[in-house]
Design a protein around this ligand. Sequence first.
Ligand code: PLP
Length: 384
Amino acid sequence: MAKNQNFNTVAIHAGQEFDPTTGAVIPPVYMTSTYVQDGIGGLRSGYEYSRGGNPTRTSLETLLAALEGGKHGLSFASGLAAEDALLRAVLKPGDHVVLGNDVYGGTHRLIEKVHGAWGVRNTTVEMSDVSAVEAAIIPGETKILWIETPSNPLMKISNIAALADIGHRAGAIVVVDNTFASPALQQPLAHGADVVVHSTTKYLGGHSDVVGGGLVINDDELFEKTKFVQFAAGPVSAPLDAWLTVRGIKTLSVRMERHCTNAQAIAEFLQAHPAVETVYYPGLPSHPGHELAAQQMSGFGGMISLSFKDGAKAARTFCESMHLFQLAESLGGVESLVNYPAEMTHASVRGTDLEVPDNVVRLSVGIEDVADLIADLESALPRS
Ligand SMILES: *Cc1c(COP(=O)(O)O)cnc(C)c1O
């Protein structure tokens, strides 16, 4: 692939060369567990066994790296499987992780409960406050600074470049979970991050039909270590899952454009409604991270949270009263979803300092006609 291609071209062509045998424009799905050897150890194209490598997975891994402007991509069975492989490659018992106080609940659960049981320590911090992060880092002991921006569910924006500086000065690896923005809107490696994490289940797959995860890593040694964990423990993505993800990524740019325009219109509509207390959307000038988001991102994304003046009961009624916005976990698909974080996506962080207020509702704004979406929201909001 030509090195100077732009994002929209890369998203369709990187790692997607036509099949040389038949000329098929779309590379086949390699549904195979193993590969014939030409004599013992005589591998064709390096493939030996599909836990170690599969051409369909390679095509996704090449694409992921190209999307993020990185050197190496790795594709996993889920976003959390990707996170776990990275954590295992980097951390030893006694090591310390600094992460945001409103990261994805499953990320906190993995670091606190699973890696915590093996002696990994963590501190949660207000990641949008650079000096708070500086204070939480223990130089020499903090091995990972884990950033999620925009964060989930309150859409806080963190300054990747400033945090990367702080992390690097303390000897930590700087990781950005780029699931909410997608590489169409934000490319963390260009801002100084070392690793990008994705739940490809969300915007990259884009159609709510596949669970997957990815890592993009520039450093050769860290890549080799993480790839070894992937090979040794086996949390790889299956060929059909990798293929569906590649298929989704081809329309990423056009989907993100519509997600952004729909979400902006909906955020403005909600902000003007008397039942709504706060709208958390970085595209609103009133959002505390608006200016930083405008510098760091090329669009404000499709995720919105809102809180209700009348508390939990109003929030729950709203969630259960819509038709187009379906009540479900997850996000990033073409269809709109509504989620009640306190009892759904963020139930695992109840009672911790990551707890989400119970009057907050999260919307994943899809790419349907925005007038229909607003009509659905209006019908579910209390009449003024
Ligand atoms: C969904 C999600 C994950 C976890 O990914 P899975 O594919 O569900 O394992 C991690 N980070 C963020 C921001 C997510 O939204």
